[in-house]
Design a protein around this ligand. Structure first.
Ligand code: PSV
Ligand code: MN
Length: 390
């Protein structure tokens, strides 16, 4: 256990920012059931209000990611001001080409040029949202793929994807970026058009410097060494963003660091090693989670704290000693240095440091006693709770 954090670690933590997703505050579930929760936001404005609470209590979540059309409003400039009034900003804009009937056989890869152009237009609308909100990142995740061998021309779909992405890329503003997310399966089960980091990287490399890879921690086969991918993408200067969450089986979207804290630690070790915490590398740390059975706002608080905790442990890693042990071929010595950092309980030191920054020592407890949950449950009566469709 450590009760104080070195100043160098405090300085790095002071600049840490984790983007929270608007959809984490809405209702979600499985294909079996979506359970409702009292106080669930009904509008993007209410989702942002909840996100602002996460930031106020943790100091860790200054941006809210939006999903279009779920968060479509008439006046995005007003939404931006609403967020700023509450002390947060609009983060990544996530496109959505997976819920309309026309996308049954694909979107940016579709054989029909009119479907492709509708999908491209949707992304251009997202760029307009970015212009109006000040967002810098357009995140593209595609549900495109096939279920049966022979159903589609894998090669042709890649070619169409490259062409569609190029059209969107060409419309990016000077300081706007595109991040291309990969996922190895689901909803397509035989092949997916952007299944892995390599495919995403190939497209991003062809597009240019404003295109980078988004790594969703839940989008890999069991046993995948995710920290290796992190190291490689940082080495290539192509790690654009994370979608953090935990998985036991598939794309579970559970609280980051819950299923495997050690994996989150190992990822953060490579982030630190590769300079990914340095603001100039531009890596965005976002959550992509759903809270199906647990309370949503505390679920997000827990999540950003988990990221902070594993970052603190990663920053405590004695890199000089580790390098010396590695260079000397001291296998067990090197491993022990790694495990010493992982097993260091940083929670008391983080609590003390938070208080010194004017934040609650225990943000979970501060939320529980804040009365906010009770007040939104009482106030948000009537209207349709936000969910996947809105
Ligand atoms: C797809 O599974 C994904 O990870 C993408 O990031 C989507 O935008 C998000 O989930 C929707 O929850
Ligand atoms: Mn994701």
């Amino acid at each position: 256990m450590t009760t104080t954090l070195p100043t160098s670690v405090q300085d790095r933590l002071a600049h840490q920012a984790v983007e929270v997703p608007s959809w984490a505050f809405g209702n979600s579930g499985t294909r079996f059931k979506v359970f409702g929760t009292p106080g669930t936001p009904r509008t993007p404005e209410e989702k942002i209000a909840d996100a602002a609470v996460v930031h106020r209590l943790t100091g860790l979540a200054p941006k809210v990611a939006l999903h279009i059309p779920w968060d479509r409003v008439d006046d995005f400039g007003a939404l931006r001001r609403h967020a700023e009034d509450l002390g947060v900003a609009i983060g990544t804009i996530n496109s959505n080409t997976f819920q309309d009937d026309i996308y049954k056989f694909g979107s940016l890869t579709h054989v029909d040029p009119s479907v492709r152009s509708t999908a491209i237009e949707h992304h251009l609308e997202c760029l307009e949202v970015m212009d109006a909100t000040g967002s810098k990142d357009l995140k593209i995740w595609l549900a495109d793929g096939t279920n049966y061998p022979g159903q589609g021309d894998i090669r042709g779909r890649q070619d169409r994807l490259a062409e569609s992405l190029q059209t969107i890329y060409d419309r990016l503003g000077e300081d706007q970026r595109m991040v291309l997310e990969y996922k190895f399966f689901e909803p397509a089960f035989y092949h997916t058009d952007v299944p892995d980091w390599g495919t995403s990287y190939v497209h991003c490399a062809a597009l240019g410097p404003k295109a980078t890879v988004c790594l969703d921690t839940g989008h890999h086969a069991p046993g995948t060494n995710i920290e290796f991918i992190v190291a490689q993408l940082l080495r290539l200067g192509k790690l654009g963003s994370f979608d953090f969450n935990s998985r036991f089986y598939a794309d579970d979207d559970l609280i980051v660091g819950a299923a495997d804290p050690f994996q989150l630690f190992r990822i953060m070790v490579e982030v630190v090693r590769g300079g990914g915490l340095d603001p100039e590398t531009g890596v965005v740390f976002m959550l992509d989670q759903c809270h199906n059975v647990e309370e949503k706002i505390p679920g997000q608080i827990r999540s950003v704290l988990n990221v902070q905790e594993m970052t603190a442990r990663a920053l405590l890693l004695d890199r000089a000693a580790l390098t010396a042990a590695q260079d000397a071929g001291d296998v067990l010595g090197a491993h022990q240095i790694m495990m010493d950092a992982f097993y260091t309980d940083v929670r008391p030191a983080l609590a003390t440091w938070r208080e010194s920054c004017g934040l609650p020592a225990d943000p979970m407890d501060a939320y529980a006693t804040s009365g906010y949950g009770e007040s939104i449950a009482a106030d948000r009566v009537g209207g349709a709770p936000a969910g996947w469709g809105a």
